[in-house]
Structure formats: structure tokens, C-alpha cells
Design a protein around this ligand. Structure first.
Ligand SMILES: *Cc1c(COP(=O)(O)O)cnc(C)c1O
Length: 472
């Protein structure tokens, strides 16, 4: 044992090796790499002492082993953590894949904001301190018709700020049919509890009537809250009180706030294209909501953000709240959001520059052209590809009932199970390709695959087929 321990080279000796030098150069900090090396030497010594060591015996073997470990570690620390991924699922706002892709204009603006000083909290005309909460206010007002607006970190934060800032210690009436959980971590009831407001549930899961609300109002009531049930739909024997009617009920009681958490908050009316029944932000405000909140990175197609829009009286109050500081957004978010909002002001043409909107609106015929270009391009020897019709989902808990007709490609991979192909596409292809399996075939939905990405997928499949053939 002692003899084996003596064969472990010293850290100093290992440092002379070329592999150490390479690792140190890559990482750029010799001290860090030396500490990793020291750690590996200690681990090996310990392993030898416990007689569980790796199968290395000669000095040369031990040396190679330690340097290989070091190489592995330095490569591991240089790997990309946040990586680009090709979304072949067709789900446009894939929550696990980071929801919305930004427009080119937004990307450019983010780069500018990241690189430079900006007037984030500075009024250029007066040279005075400005407010980041107000910097996009005019734009949001223009896009929604709201009297006032502010931006926070995400919609969950927006909901929290509204409840905490305006209803703490008071009662908030919500229909039982709207007590939703979104994305497994956002529950209206829990966020309400956190905010210190008391939830007053009315109605039943499937039906809530105006009188349910009327009977629940008392001196403690501060708000009637409506939650857009983004990610599920009740069908059959159901009744919901329309926003307009809630507004009427509130009018009978001075200073009762009517607030709708819209979730997605479309600025563009997809209903005009026969897609979904999502109320636009303007519609909710027109119907008389005092406040609405919605996400920046759902149907809006911008960065992660939460937008609060509505009556100036309430917004001003929220801007001054301590929590507004806690929930504030950074300059890059505002940069991306600004360009996204401006695109909506440019009308139809602008809307098509926003990838999320463009993908929701793209027709099956147009998607099919990309799928055909892909099947023409790919050269497989035995595997085959077939274009099929299918449907894509919007995703992100948005428009759950909507199915968008699409063109997909099914891969018939011979003796190779679809699961093997899909695993290789994910773990061995750069960027990783995320696809799905249907009836033992790998499915690629071209709604979310660009022309450039088609080529990457084609190349990857050709490589995987060759590899599988060489194994058999
Ligand atoms: C998605 C959603 C939220 C949470 O929004 P985030 O931007 O993900 O924080 C809150 N309420 C509703 C109704 C939603 O659909």
C-alpha cells in the first residue's frame, strides 16, 4: 500500500505536464487548475487507502489517470450551461425551453443596453433622476389604451404586487372556478395568502353567478379579482360572470377595485384569425377593469416581464410601494420589451416580426414548405421521412383549447428505436434538438423549426443513421 501511495506523482511534477499547461491556459487561472489537481491527488490517495481506487498501478498509469481527470474537469467547467436548443416540438411557448423567442429588433436593443450606459433612471431632457417604472409607460398606454402602466419582473410578481399593495388585510372575492394553479408553482390562493389579503371564494367550480359576488361584498372587501384560466377550460354546464358585470357590481360599492389577471395578455387580436378566444388587454380595460396584469413572454412574445396596466390612481400607488423596488426589471428586459411593444404599434406588418405571433399565425401550407424542403434536403440510406398533418399547441399555459394545424415530419428509423434517435438528437447534437415521439416514430413539427435549423437536424440524422449502421 505504502509503495502504491509513493507512486502518486507530486502536484509540482504534474504541473510540468503539457495537459496541465493546456488546462491552465483554457481556464486562464493557474491557481484554480492547481487546486483541482491537488484535489484529484487527494481523492486518489484516499481511494488507495480505502482500497477502492481506480485500476491504475504504475507511476505512468497514475499520472495519465490524474491528468485525464483534470482535462475532464476543465472541459466540464467550460461547457455551456445555458445553451441554444432547437425546439422541434411545435409548441411555440415551450415553458421548459424558455418561452418566447425575441424579435431581431429586440435582440439588437438588448445588445445595446447590455453594452452601454443607458438612461434607465435618468431623464435626458432635464438631467434629473428618472424612473425605470415609467420608461415604457407611454408605449404600454398606447398599445392597451390604459391610463397608466408599470413593468415588473414577471406576471406572478405583478399579481403579488397588486394584491399586496392594494388589498393587504382586506378581502378579495374570487370565483372558485378561477382558483387556478399555473405551471405547478403559481397558485392564486397561495399568492393571495402570501400577500396578506383574505381570499373570499364564491360560487362553485363550474358555476358562479352575479348574486354570488353581490352577497360576498362587505366593508372589508377591497377587490373583485378575475383570473383568466389560461391553462385549462371548463366545458359543459358552466357559468362565469363576465367582466362587465363584475364592473357593475363594483360600481355599487365605491372604491372596490376590479382586477383581472389576464395571464397571457394578447395585444394583438388572434380571434380575428379564428384563433382562440383570448381577450385582448384593450378589451379587458374597455370592459371596465381598473387593473389588468399580464406576462411579457407569453402571447406578447417579449422578454420575461409582468405588466400592470389600468387606473392611474392605483398604478401610482403601486409604483411607490417598497415591493416595486424588489420586483423591478433590469435594463435588458426593458430594452427587449420596448422593441416588442413598438412592433405592435406598427400594425400587422410589425406583428409578423415577433416570432411568437408569426408562429401562431403561420398557416399549415407555409409550414409544409419548410417540411418539404427538409425531406428534399436530407440524404438517408435506409431510414425514411414522411410528411404528415398534425396540430401544434401554443404552450406556456396559453390558449389550451387551441390546436393549430401544422405539417410534421415522421422519421421511420428502421431497426433503431425512436427513443434511441431522440436521445442522440438531444445529447449528441449541438445545438440539442428536442423532438417528440408518436407511435414509435420521431416527430418534427416544422412550426417551430427554422430553415437553418432544418439543415442542422438533417445533418444530425444522417450522422446518427451512419453511426447506427456501423454498429449493426
Ligand atoms: C402564466 C400566468 C401567470 C404567471 O405569469 P409569469 O409571467 O409566468 O410569472 C399568472 N397568472 C396567469 C393567469 C397566468 O396564465
Amino acid at each position: 500500500m505504502k509503495e502504491k501511495l509513493r507512486k502518486i506523482p507530486s502536484v509540482h511534477e504534474l504541473q510540468q505536464n503539457q495537459l496541465f499547461q493546456q488546462a491552465a491556459e483554457q481556464i486562464g487561472e493557474e491557481k484554480v487548475v492547481t487546486s483541482w489537481l491537488r484535489n484529484e491527488v487527494d481523492l486518489l490517495r484516499q481511494a488507495f487507502l480505502e482500497n477502492i481506487g481506480p485500476d491504475v498501478h504504475t507511476t505512468e498509469e497514475i499520472k495519465t489517470y490524474l491528468l485525464e481527470r483534470l482535462k475532464y474537469k476543465s472541459e466540464y467547467f467550460q461547457e455551456d450551461r445555458l445553451q441554444r436548443v432547437i425546439n422541434a416540438t411545435g409548441t411555440i411557448l415551450h415553458t421548459n425551453l424558455g418561452r418566447a423567442n425575441m424579435s431581431e429588433a429586440a435582440v439588437k436593443k438588448v445588445a445595446m443596453a447590455a453594452r452601454s450606459y443607458t438612461n434607465l433612471e435618468y431623464e435626458i431632457t432635464s438631467g434629473q433622476r428618472g424612473s425605470r417604472h415609467s420608461i415604457l409607460e407611454d408605449l404600454i398606454k398606447e398599445c392597451t389604451g390604459a391610463e397608466a402602466a408599470m413593468v415588473v419582473n414577471n406576471n406572478a410578481a405583478a399579481v403579488y404586487l397588486v394584491l399586496k399593495g392594494l388589498t393587504e388585510g382586506k378581502e378579495v372575492i374570487v370565483s372558485r372556478g378561477q382558483l387556478v394553479e399555473i405551471g405547478g408553482s403559481f397558485r392564486v390562493s397561495s399568492i393571495m395568502e402570501e400577500s396578506g389579503a383574505s381570499l373570499v371564494e364564491v360560487g362553485t367550480t363550474n358555476k358562479t353567478h352575479p348574486h354570488d359576488y353581490k352577497e360576498a361584498v362587505n366593508e372589508q372587501t377591497a377587490m373583485i379579482m378575475k383570473v383568466h384560466t389560461s391553462n385549462f377550460k371548463t366545458i359543459g354546464f358552466t357559468a362565469e360572470v363576465p367582466l362587465k358585470e363584475l364592473v357593475n357590481i363594483a360600481k355599487e360599492n365605491e372604491d372596490l377595485i376590479v382586477y383581472e389577471d389576464l395571464g397571457s395578455g394578447a395585444l394583438y387580436d388572434f380571434k380575428n384569425h379564428g384563433i382562440g378566444g383570448e381577450p385582448t388587454v384593450s378589451e379587458a380595460l374597455n370592459d371596465g377593469a381598473d387593473l389588468v396584469t399580464f406576462s411579457g413572454d407569453k402571447l406578447l412574445g417579449g422578454p420575461q416581464a409582468g405588466i400592470i396596466a389600468g387606473k392611474k390612481k392605483w398604478i401610482n400607488h403601486l409604483k411607490k410601494h417598497q415591493l416595486a423596488r424588489v420586483l423591478r426589471v433590469d435594463k435588458m428586459t426593458l430594452a427587449a420589451l420596448e422593441e416588442t411593444l413598438k412592433a405592435y404599434l406598427q400594425g400587422e406588418e410589425g406583428v409578423y416580426t415577433i416570432p411568437t405571433a408569426e408562429r401562431v399565425l403561420e398557416t399549415k401550407q407555409s409550414i409544409k414548405q419548410r417540411a418539404e424542403a427538409f425531406t428534399d434536403l436530407i440524404h438517408l440510406s435506409e431510414w425514411q421521412t414522411f410528411i404528415e398533418e398534425d396540430v401544434s399547441k401554443v404552450g406556456g399555459g396559453t390558449m389550451p383549447e387551441v390546436t393549430l394545424p401544422t405539417a410534421v415530419v415522421h422519421l421511420h428509423s428502421g431497426n433503431t428505436p425512436a427513443q434511441v434517435v431522440i436521445d442522440k438528437l438531444r445529447t449528441e447534437t449541438k445545438p440539442a434538438v428536442v423532438a417528440r415521439i408518436k407511435e414509435e416514430k420521431v416527430v418534427f413539427d416544422f412550426r417551430t423549426i427554422t430553415e437553418e435549423e432544418s439543415k442542422i437536424i438533417a445533418g444530425a440524422l444522417q450522422t446518427i443513421e451512419k453511426e447506427m449502421q456501423s454498429l449493426s
